[in-house]
Design a protein around this ligand. Structure first.
Ligand SMILES: Cc1cc2nc3c(=O)[nH]c(=O)nc-3n(C[C@H](O)[C@H](O)[C@H](O)COP(=O)(O)OP(=O)(O)OC[C@H]3O[C@@H](n4cnc5c(N)ncnc54)[C@H](O)[C@@H]3O)c2cc1C
Ligand code: SF4
Length: 334
């Protein structure tokens, strides 16, 4: 049985108290929200820290509010609340759907949006016991000097595996952080960097407070699709969000966001397709575009070439959903 190592739990009741505690103990500290990612990683000795700062009693981090222009979601809002919230389901349906597809009902009750955004990267060589990793000689993320995914590579390419990130980027979400230096805002798209050992640009002494999402224009359509082996609980092995900005039934812009590749999502803009009809040929064009410009790595436990084909299929399916076209069956595996 894997045991949790000892740690001190801090339970602040204000954001000011929380960020002061983070500052005092950084870098030997983490925020804990639902603990559904952090605690397993501590048991695996993938994360080693002595202090945890709980988000549980920070009122500012809980709940969903709506104004005329934005939806604001506290970072410690549970995934289940997010999936069921009427405003989110009406205005940001792809985000509600992504939250509803995470893990299992129990994990969605505990897990939070902030924890999902800050979820540690995943790799077939790191999500193992310490004994298993040491037997392999470790890797760049775990006491070693070699990456087993990209031999000779200089950086860790473990995969961002959070389901909410692609739809948040597609909706143009902005993250609000706090630290002893004061508040800071950054588009979610800019929160990620190409370093699987610390891929989120949120410092250890910072607290993610909330996510603010502009209410999309009526003509904007967003869809999220995820592929995993077991539909009921697995992390995504490929995930895509497609945003189509439409006027008079033709495309004016948009994005394709592909995640579960490396440490940061791939974001492709659609300006060069402006003027296209929202139909089958657009589904084919976007499928072709991601095939050329995004490539899964052998970092997750499934064949990378199959994941590449699957990524194309999911992009086409997302466009078909947005165009109101019927789904097509999967191609026969070669
Ligand atoms: C069996 C299983 C299946 C899973 N399946 C999926 C899945 O399909 N898709 C998916 O996306 N995830 C999945 N997860 C991962 C996890 O449950 C979710 O990502 C969840 O949203 C994490 O939220 P949490 O509140 O539990 O995070 P925690 O475990 O509390 O924290 C995770 C990380 O975020 C940081 N953090 C948390 N809150 C803040 C904050 N406010 N400010 C700064 N840093 C913060 C923590 O320090 C930590 O580094 C799965 C987990 C398990 C155990
Ligand atoms: S991508 Fe390479 S360095 Fe990163 S966890 Fe996997 S094997 Fe280790």
């Amino acid at each position: 049985m894997l045991r949790l190592p000892p740690f001190a739990l801090h339970q602040p009741t204000t954001v000011a108290e929380a960020v002061a505690t983070l500052k005092e103990f950084a870098p030997d500290v983490r925020v804990i929200s639902g603990g559904t990612d952090l605690l397993p990683n501590m048991k695996l000795a993938q994360t080693k820290v002595s202090h945890l700062v709980s988000a549980k009693f920070l009122d500012e981090l809980h709940g969903i509010t709506r104004t005329d222009t934005h939806v604001r979601i506290g970072a410690a809002t549970s995934l289940q609340t997010l999936a069921e919230d009427e405003d989110v389901r009406e205005l940001l349906p792809a985000l509600a759907y992504a939250a509803s597809r995470i893990a299992s009902p129990q994990i969605r009750q505990m897990g939070t949006l902030g924890g999902n955004i800050s979820l540690d990267t995943r790799c077939r060589y790191i999500n193992q016991s310490e004994l298993w990793r040491e037997a392999l000689g470790g890797c760049l993320k775990s006491h070693g000097s070699e990456c087993h995914v990209v031999p000779g590579g200089q950086g860790c390419v473990a995969a961002l595996s959070a389901d909410t990130v692609a739809p948040l980027i597609a909706y143009g979400a902005v993250a609000e952080m706090a630290s002893v230096l004061g508040p800071r805002r950054a588009p979610v798209q800019e929160l990620f960097q190409q370093d699987g050992t610390w891929h989120v640009r949120i410092a250890r002494e910072e607290l993610l407070v909330a996510i603010e999402i502009p209410i999309p224009a009526p003509q904007t359509r967003v869809a999220y699709r995820k592929w995993s082996v077991r539909q009921s609980i697995d992390f995504p092995l490929v995930s895509v969000a497609v945003r189509l900005d439409v006027a008079d039934d033709v495309l004016t812009g948009g994005l394709v966001v592909v995640s579960a590749l490396g440490p940061r999502p791939r974001v492709l803009t659609l300006e060069r397709l402006a003027g296209s009809a929202i139909d089958e040929s657009l589904a084919e064009a976007l499928g072709q575009m991601v095939h050329e410009r995004a490539r899964p790595l052998p970092n997750l436990p499934y064949d990378a070439e199959y994941r590449r084909e699957r990524m194309v299929v999911e992009v086409r399916r997302a466009v078909r959903v947005l165009a109101g076209l019927p789904e097509r069956p999967l191609p026969v595996p070669r």
